[in-house]
Design a protein. Sequence first.
Length: 66
Amino acid sequence: MRRHTSEIRKVKKERKMGNKTVIKSGISFGSVLAITISWSVNHSIIWAIIHGCLSWLYVIYYAIFK
């Protein structure tokens, strides 16, 4: 019985460690998509940065109104 609970704890630790690496990894897909769309439309680095910060909001705006 004791061995079983230690194995469960080990699995829980591995899952927690896996979540931390996902959270720490770079910029999101929405940001990259927004920057790409913004650059192809405006050819401006400043607008690309602003739209990258807004990420999915800009992507949805572009999909609806353009």
